[in-house]
Design a protein around this ligand. Structure first.
Ligand SMILES: Cc1cc2nc3c(=O)[nH]c(=O)nc-3n(C[C@H](O)[C@H](O)[C@H](O)COP(=O)(O)OP(=O)(O)OC[C@H]3O[C@@H](n4cnc5c(N)ncnc54)[C@H](O)[C@@H]3O)c2cc1C
Length: 310
């Protein structure tokens, strides 16, 4: 009998793994637990700005989910608890992402309903001045009447002059920038979006995969150090960082499952965030470049990605 390979969640890494389904089917009895659609977060600000029709990626048509949601996990018994009962596995790949902290409306996991709500709202309040919050504020101000951004700092991980320059551009674009911590109970306008980063999902510590409040540790091969039959991809893994790593982690796990492993090397990723119309800010570690070419590059990368998994 073939080993039972269970894939959970339609994160970026899982889409990469599912591309190899035909080859995987030769060696494993493959089951998938999760939804049929996911929003590609790299591109949804462009949907809000009216510059892209859709950022929806879809599960392959030849895959029928055995259940829609993972509810719990017993790694000792090798059982996933789902909305449709228990599913046993020999090898498990988790790609369920992390969740927003919970201020206002959650951006993660992003859903079609949430995206529709953002599109329909005239006023938006964004909390968080990191890359996600800043890109979202620039995207919203192109279509919305009122956009407020609460941030202690703008792009704190980048050189200070870049943060100051982007803060000026936000204000010139019409965003109300409030440089202070957002306090619960603050009077807000419109839909409040939480762009303060992601936190662990409760089931990770309940299942013993991580300490409470911690991301999941893995070995270099992205397998859990104790439960070696569990692969961790994307935002769930402590060693990974952002969407580019989420995609890379899926490729890495696919190679391992297919018997052609290579060590996973952490590396600095290239990030591009859209700013004012026709321009974007490219960052690579501390290096930055704001202009038209990063915009064209990002549009090409995102269009290709969405078309590939449409
Ligand atoms: C506004 C914004 C913009 C961003 N822009 C960029 C960018 O330009 N570049 C970049 O690199 N990163 C970007 N990021 C970060 C990026 O979104 C994440 O790093 C990336 O989505 C992580 O992917 P993932 O594979 O871990 O899972 P996710 O993309 O979070 O997907 C997880 C999937 O699992 C599903 N799921 C969750 N729980 C369960 C469950 N219990 N059972 C079954 N399924 C479940 C979810 O519905 C979802 O479909 C951005 C984030 C935000 C918020």
């Amino acid at each position: 009998m073939k080993p039972r390979l269970v894939l959970v969640g339609l994160g970026h890494g899982q889409l990469e793994i599912l591309e190899h389904l035909d080859a995987l089917n030769e060696n494993y009895e493959v089951s998938y637990i999760g939804g049929r659609e996911a929003i590609y977060t790299g591109a949804f600000p462009q949907v809000i700005a009216g510059e892209m029709e859709s950022a929806t990626t879809r599960l392959r048509r030849d895959v029928s989910p055995v259940a829609e949601r993972l509810i719990g996990l017993d790694p000792d018994a090798r059982l996933v608890e789902t909305d449709r009962g228990h599913v046993a596995y020999d090898i498990l790949v988790l790609a369920t992402g992390a969740k927003s902290r919970g201020i206002g409306n959650r951006l993660k996991p992003m859903t079609t309903n949430m995206l529709d709500e953002i599109l329909q709202s005239d006023a938006i309040t964004i909390v968080g001045g990191g890359k996600a919050g800043v890109e979202l504020a620039f995207a919203c101000i192109r279509q919305k009447q009122r956009v407020t951004l609460y941030a202690r700092d703008i792009l704190p991980e980048l050189p200070r002059h870049v943060g100051r320059q982007m803060a000026r551009r936000l204000v010139h674009s019409g965003v109300t920038l409030i440089l202070t911590s957002f306090q619960p109970g603050t009077k807000t306008e419109g839909l409040v979006l939480d762009a303060t980063g992601v936190v662990p999902d409760d089931f990770w510590s309940a299942a013993g995969l991580a300490a409470a409040g911690a991301f999941i540790d893995t070995e270099d091969d992205l397998r859990h150090p104790v439960y070696r039959e569990i692969y961790i991809t994307g935002d769930m893994a402590a060693r990974l960082n952002g969407g580019v790593d989420a995609v890379r982690s899926g490729r890495h796990v696919a190679r391992q499952l297919l018997g052609t492993p290579r060590p996973f090397k952490s590396r600095t990723s290239l990030n591009i965030l859209l700013t004012t119309p026709g321009r974007a800010l490219l960052t690579f570690g501390k290096l930055t470049w704001h202009g038209r070419l990063p915009y064209r590059l990002k549009r090409t990368i995102d269009r290709r990605y969405v078309e590939r998994f449409r």
